[in-house]
Design a protein around this ligand. Structure first.
Ligand SMILES: [Zn+2]
Length: 237
């Protein structure tokens, strides 16, 4: 007999049939990456369109062309994370051998993978995937007890003012950086916005405010983009 795993604790397993995914709809073929590294993905159109406004536009182009979407400039590994997220609600970002401790400082390959994922979500206009990636960043910090000190270099040049990921990166610096992190940092013109946002946020929070738990230490929607018009991805799976 199977063990009673959480038998007294029902989660929301039932859902209205009318809200279920249309699994009879056509699949979309998506080719991703430049010729030498191109990969092909097949995903249900209803699911892809539910999570990406950009795919809606590409899919509904006149003619049959919409059945094949070509994303020649995007990263196949990042798209694989997006496609897997569509079916699981999880960000499959961890890989064996991600930590490279042979370097002078520990280098963790999962960070750039998450950054690429968020940028792809931005191009695909997918608030749900972006929000899930932000949560993955928060979960990673919580589990590893390590806080990134150079992600802004990757994120700021590729995001716009007010992007939730920018706000998270600034808050990590406000709550977790120490003076030596600032002394060791490099400066470059394309990172000016980061240091300006950081200075503003430092003043807003103040020394006393920094004693409060960091806003990213508990799950919430403050770094999410969905707003009131779009459901939180956590309610979609
Ligand atoms: Zn949310």
């Amino acid at each position: 007999m199977a063990p009673n795993v959480g038998a007294s604790n029902f989660t929301a397993v039932r859902a209205p049939a009318a809200q279920g995914l249309d699994v009879t709809a056509a699949t979309i073929t998506v080719t991703v990456g430049a010729a030498s590294e191109q990969r092909t993905f097949y995903i249900h159109s209803g699911l892809a369109c539910n999570h990406s406004k950009a795919i809606v536009k590409l899919y509904h182009k006149p003619g049959d062309e919409g059945r094949i979407i070509r994303l020649g400039e995007d990263d196949p590994e990042a798209f694989e994370m997006f496609a897997r997220f569509l079916y699981s609600g999880k960000v499959h970002s961890r890989m064996e051998g991600d930590i490279d401790s042979d370097q002078a400082e520990v280098y963790d390959n999962e960070w750039p993978r998450l950054t690429l994922g968020w940028r792809l979500g931005d191009r695909l206009q997918s608030p749900s995937f972006k929000d899930a990636v932000v949560d993955a960043v928060c979960e990673k910090m919580q589990n590893d007890r390590r806080y990134p000190v150079s992600l802004y270099q990757d994120i700021y040049p590729h995001t716009s003012a007010g992007a939730p990921l920018r706000r998270l990166i600034v808050d990590i610096a406000v709550w977790k950086w120490h003076a030596h992190n600032f002394r060791a940092t490099e400066f470059h013109g394309s990172w000016n916005d980061f240091f300006r946002d950081l200075a503003v946020r430092q003043f807003e929070i103040g020394k006393e405010g920094r004693k409060d738990p960091a806003p990213f230490s508990t799950p919430n929607c403050i770094y999410h983009e969905h707003g009131d018009d779009y459901p939180c991805y956590r309610t979609m799976f």
